[in-house]
Structures are given as structure tokens and as C-alpha cells.
Design a protein around this ligand. Sequence first.
Ligand code: F6P
Length: 380
Amino acid sequence: MESWEQAMAKRVGILTAGGDSPGLNAAIRGFGKAAIGQHGMELIGFEQGIRGLAEDRWRVLDSAALSGILTVGGTVLGTSRDKPHRMVIDGETVDMVPTIVENYEKNKLDALVCIGGGGTAKNANRLAKAGLNVIHLPKTIDNDIAHTDTSFGFSTALGIATDAIDRLHSTAHSHHRVIIAEIMGHKAGWLALGSGVAGGADIILIPEIPYSIESVAESVHSRAKSGRSFSVIAIAEGARDEQDTADLAAAEALRKSASAPEEKAAATKHRDSIEAAHRDNAFKVASALEEATGLESRVTILGYVQRGGTPDAHDRMLGTLLGSAGAALVADKEFGITVASQSGEAVPVPLSDVAGNLKTVPVDHAWIKAARAVGTGLGD
Ligand code: F6P
């Protein structure tokens, strides 16, 4: 029988991948302090996400390295959006999974912790399938990871976007303008919806509810008629009008049904070109509204401001909670999981249930009901 010491995972690698997000350092610290202090493990940190893992770039993370990082924004390990099975090296796309497996073995790792969003969950699942002992900690400002109530980063971004909407009201009402705030969130509307409700946006446009520009113009008009000659609109970067939503769905269906590799590549290119054509949607909405309502309409893109800076108390708590719970799960040799946040508890969920499974806003969600109840337009 294995002794207690032998049964424990001893040497663990950790990395952060995908977009930077507030709370990443809290999670690194939460995992690391518990792993070293409570479970007697050694920790090494790979630099720049999956790329550092493939290129075998790492440094030891001891107690001193984990000190003083709780409140720091970004990630002390650096990050990248590389995919293990399709990494671009010197202009060539290479499958680096075998190299990653070699590096894992060479470094005598017992486990690998991947901190990241939906893309990272997919990559972590790929590495788990290649035989590595992987756990995933869910971070993203988009809050779109399946089976977790909240991901760390979301709360801070929600606060920043809400503050921005508050501030935009000053110029909107002083100048009698329509101000459109473009808010991140990729294909999900959580951030735009949450900050729109909290900031009292007059209209909120999200990907889950395709909008009609006529309906948006009507909401702006009726406010102007009742003496409120300004409007603040929170638009998610992924929001589309009804026609664009239908075009995109058709292109995606075509892509999914394509079987031959050339056919699939062409369908993907077509889908991506439709997506790219609508990246400046906020500006299109602004000019359509200016024409329809006669009110001066301006756009403010919040961009990376939303994910920068010190994490709020909630994200520090969540990073610490999920990180430290992750260390206990590694000690118990529970692998192939996401450490999800469910009703305030850290709960292991199979990675295969999380990977590729986007959590979008249900159209009957309580936040949508609340927005409608207070008279906020949703563009439908
Ligand atoms: O996933 C987080 C996120 O900030 C999304 O909201 C946004 O679409 C994306 O990252 C931007 O990515 P990048 O850092 O590659 O510009």
C-alpha cells in the first residue's frame, strides 16, 4: 500500500491563460499558499500560459514569490491565448501536445493547474485527455463558464463598467446626447446586462436578444418626447441586430455541417468575415440613431479598462476560495475537473462538462425581468 506521503501529489505546475483578469493573482496565491503550507507540495509557475508550458519556461513559486500579490491586477505569470494543439511557431501551426506531455514528465509534475476562461477549459480538457493530471480554475470577466455561478474577474469588471455608465450619464444629460457604451463579454451579455441594470442604462443590447434598430430608436424617441432628451445605451460587444444574428447563425450551421477540411475552412472563413464585419456595431447603432432621432449620438468603448487594475473584494475572495479548494482537490488526486463556484461553495465539475459549453444569459433570467420591470429597453 502507498504511504500517506507517497499518495500525495507533490510537485505541481500552474499557469494562467486567456485574457488577463482581476483575481488571477489571488487564485495563484490561494492555490500556492494552501498547496505549500497545508499540503506540503512544491509549486512551479509556467510563464505566458500554454506557450510557457510548451517552451518549458517556468520559475519556482515559493512562499516569498506568492507574497504581496493578492491585490495586484493582471497576472504575475503572464498569459497568452495559445492553443496546445495549434500553436503558431515561426509562422507554422504546430501540435505541441506531445512536447507538453514531455515537459510535464521531464519536470516530474504530479499535477497541472490551468487558470483561465472557456478557451482554457477546452485546452485543459485536451491536456487531460493526453494523460496529464489537470485541474482548471474558472476566471473571466465575461462570466460565461458553464456550471460556475460566477468566475473571478467578473465582479471587478462589473463595478468598472457600472462606474463608467454612471459617469457617461453626466455628458449624456448635459449635452442632450445619446451615448452608447460598448461593453466586453465576448458572446455573452452578462457584463453589459449587469452593468446596464446597475448603472441605470436606458437601453441594454446583448447577444442573447437580437435587437431591431427601429425598436431602439423608438425607445430613444419616447424618452425625448417625455422630456428626457438624452439616453445611455449599454451595448455588449457581441450584440447583433435580427438580420445579422440570422446571417451568423446560418454561417455557423454551414460550418458545423461541413465535413471535408477545405469545405470547413471556407465555411469558417465566411463565418469569421461576417463576425468581423460587425465589430464596429456600436458605431453603426450610433449613426442609425442619429439619423432616426436627430439626437447627437456618440460611442465610448470601455475596452481593456474593464479588466485592468486591482481586483475588488469579491474577486479576491473567489480567487482565494477556488484556489485553496483546488489545492485540496489536487491533494485528494481529483483531476480532470473545473473547480466551480456553486452557491458559495467550491465544487468539482468534470472538465468534459465545462469545455466547449458556453453559459449565456437565459432570456427569462431574473436580471432581464428586473430590467424590463424598471422600463429599460432591450431592443426587441
Ligand atoms: O474573454 C475576456 C475578454 O476580455 C472578452 O470580453 C473580449 O472579447 C476578449 O477578452 C478580448 O480579447 P483580447 O485580449 O484578445 O483582445
